[in-house]
Design a protein around this ligand. Sequence first.
Ligand code: SF4
Ligand code: SF4
Length: 116
Amino acid sequence: MAMQNELVKSLAKKPATLLYPFEKYDSIPGSRGKVVIDITKCIGCGLCIRDCPAFALEMVGKGPTCDMKWYITRCVFCGQCVETCPRSAIIQETTYDLAGAEKAALVIEYKRPKSS
Ligand code: SF4
Ligand code: SF4
């Protein structure tokens, strides 16, 4: 009987889950999502790459002229790179829905603006 009561109660309630990806939760303030690098602040010290536990960051080139790559599929969203960067060049946005079908789209490149 208890189970039947629970069943009837559940039928009257809204579903606890959303029909993702057609419905989405709002990002949670303060949550660790997309890694964004302000390449203009980056001095190419490589400390973020050294400290990343998931090998999710790559430097393309060397020193202050380098570009950076972030591999979404490797990242564990730990926030260590944000903590490590001495120039505060890395932030984590709250964006969480980063999945995609194309492998190339899962690598974000942060390129320096070309100097004229
Ligand atoms: S959030 Fe963590 S796993 Fe992702 S790039 Fe930064 S240090 Fe690496
Ligand atoms: S730690 Fe900061 S300054 Fe150093 S390479 Fe990474 S993003 Fe650039």
